[in-house]
Design a protein around this ligand. Structure first.
Ligand SMILES: Cc1cc2nc3c(=O)[nH]c(=O)nc-3n(C[C@H](O)[C@H](O)[C@H](O)COP(=O)(O)OP(=O)(O)OC[C@H]3O[C@@H](n4cnc5c(N)ncnc54)[C@H](O)[C@@H]3O)c2cc1C
Length: 303
């Protein structure tokens, strides 16, 4: 039996593994895709404290090697569910089953894409899902933000301080975002609202975003807006349904857990983007990893 099984080898999971092994515990990390999580394909990271500039690949690889060198075991298996036998956790995967004293769910979340054909290809070349991460690369440029919730409106406000012009493109004529958040955006004089409109095409030139084509939902008229960047903020999609028996999920599918990373089941913790939280960033994922890793190790002592 392992002391701790970590689900997910992203920033939260690998940070949790580091804290678990350094507390003297046996740690198995199970990863369903490739190590590194969401950040692996990001060309530049500039907001992780003490690292001035790095790439997502370098960041994730260093973290992965650090966890492995300290003694964490990593297996590439997708976790499909967790059963309980007394206080033993039976972690089921697509390849087998592992017993653990404690489990840390660090499953992250994926940004909801628009689903346009060239969107994925243009990530890092004009398409972004994170204004706080990539906004600074658009200083003095023209950008569009797609969405109408708090994240989209806050992103647009953030970008209005950096970019020369921000188009806010939203499929409705009103916003889901809180009034105060919308009011703050409306004070900016370099913001133009394109409402009741859907983005139907991303234009590109020399492998970079050059514009978006929007369609008015009422008139079906289409027009092209020239932009250097498109920030898609139409929500995130967590995938935690496999854990609903052992961890409460909120309406959006995030695991309900506070800053102590505890779920409704003793000995099962949730860390990183996959849990209910305000700020989803590398530094908060790593912070969660530390909290969950230490808490899981303490739980093992009392097992
Ligand atoms: C394009 C982009 C750029 C970004 N840039 C920045 C930036 O510059 N700075 C910053 O601070 N943040 C940035 N972020 C946000 C940052 O990447 C996330 O906050 C962070 O990766 C969250 O880490 P995590 O470990 O919680 O989740 P993730 O990174 O999502 O990792 C979760 C891992 O769990 C695995 N997994 C999920 N379910 C299972 C399962 N059932 N079984 C096994 N494995 C499973 C996944 O495959 C994945 O590897 C960016 C995000 C994106 C998308």
């Amino acid at each position: 039996m392992y002391d701790i099984v970590v689900v997910g080898a992203g920033t939260a999971g690998l940070s949790a593994a580091i804290y678990g092994v350094r507390a003297g515990k046996s740690v198995l990390v199970l990863e369903g895709a490739s190590y590194g999580g969401q950040i692996i394909n990001t060309p530049e990271i500039e907001n992780y404290p003490a690292i001035k500039k790095t790439s997502g690949f370098e960041f994730a690889t260093d973290l992965f090697n650090q966890a492995k060198d300290l003694g964490a075991e990593v297996k590439y298996e997708k976790v499909t569910g967790i059963g309980l036998e007394g206080n033993i956790k039976k972690v089921k995967t697509d390849k087998g089953e592992y017993d653990a004293k404690a489990v840390i769910l660090a499953t992250g979340a994926k940004n909801r894409p628009l689903g346009l054909p060239n969107e994925k290809k243009l990530v890092g070349s004009g398409v972004s899902y994170c204004a706080t991460c990539d906004g600074m690369f658009y200083r003095g440029k023209v950008v569009a933000v797609n969405g109408g919730g708090n994240t989209a409106i806050e992103d647009a406000t953030f970008l209005a301080n950096v970019a020369s012009k921000v188009y806010v493109i939203h499929r409705r004529d009103e916003f889901r975002a809180e009034e105060a958040v919308v009011a703050a955006l409306k004070k900016k004089d370099n913001v133009e609202f394109v409402l009741n409109s859907n983005i139907v095409e991303i234009k590109e030139e020399s492998f970079a975003v050059s514009g978006v084509v929007v369609e008015d939902k009422n008139t079906h008229e289409r027009r092209e807006i020239a932009v250097d960047g498109l920030f898609v903020a139409i929500g995130q999609v967590p995938d935690n349904t496999a854990f609903a028996q052992v961890a409460e999920l909120d309406k959006a599918g995030y695991i309900v857990a506070g800053e102590d990373c505890k779920t409704m089941t003793e000995g099962i913790f949730a860390a990183g983007d996959g849990r209910t939280k305000e700020v989803r960033q590398l530094v908060t994922a790593a912070g969660d990893g530390a909290v969950a890793g230490i808490a899981a190790a303490k739980y093992c002592e009392a097992f």
